[in-house]
Design a protein around this ligand. Structure first.
Ligand code: GLN
Length: 198
């Protein structure tokens, strides 16, 4: 579908599943573990996992500042679940600083212990008419957005769970755990458009 290369931050969490989704779309997917790995990619996916662990590892590997600078320069990034937490400007209950790329505030583990994980059919107009099978696993929610942040999906009670700000994309759920590749395609379109200078 595209000759762009997408990096998947592969420190901890569901990175293999994101690589598989990208490969199904015919896109070259690269593991990102060290700063130099970022040099050859056109977009970055930050997977779900444990945001505290991923942020600690990002610091140890010298990735935090570089990724923060890339986001500031409009580099396309897609964060899912823990990845969304890491993309946020602020995260309630995260004792470690997130990347702070997107003007959103998130709440971790927002569904409590009783509803640890669930799957729901979510309307995401940006992806077309067919609802998206959204898998939530100890998921965060978005509690605040600044102007300029577009909410792409909300739960029936109005809670925002996916958003876009320029070339930055975030989802509280796990598109890589379903066969529906539309969210990844949407991200690839952002990457492709940036490459053509729009
Ligand atoms: N609960 C995790 C966190 O706070 C996120 C869970 C996930 O990515 N599936 O980091």
């Amino acid at each position: 579908m595209s000759n762009k290369k997408i990096g998947v931050l592969s420190l901890q969490g569901a990175f293999i599943e994101h690589m598989a989704s990208l490969q199904k779309l015919g896109v070259e997917a690269l593991d990102i573990r060290l700063p130099r790995d970022l040099e050859t990619i056109d977009g970055l996916i930050i997977p779900g996992g444990e945001s505290t662990v991923i942020s600690q590892l990002m610091r140890s590997y010298g990735l935090m500042e570089i990724i923060r600078d890339l986001a500031r320069d409009g580099f396309p990034m897609f964060g899912t679940c823990a990845g969304m937490i890491l993309m946020a400007k602020s995260a309630l209950d995260l004792d470690i600083e997130p990347i702070g790329a997107m003007d959103i505030k998130v709440k971790r583990n927002a569904f409590g212990r009783q509803v640890d994980s669930f799957e729901t059919s979510l309307a995401i107009p940006a992806l077309g008419e067919t609802p998206f099978p959204a898998v939530f696993i100890r998921a965060p929610i978005i509690v605040e957005t600044a102007p300029g942040v577009e909410i792409l999906a909300s739960l029936p009670d109005g809670t925002p769970v996916a958003a876009r700000q320029g070339n930055l994309l975030a989802a509280a759920f796990h598109p890589e755990l379903t066969p529906d590749l539309r969210f990844h395609s949407y991200f690839l379109n952002i990457v492709a458009r940036r490459a053509y200078g729009h």
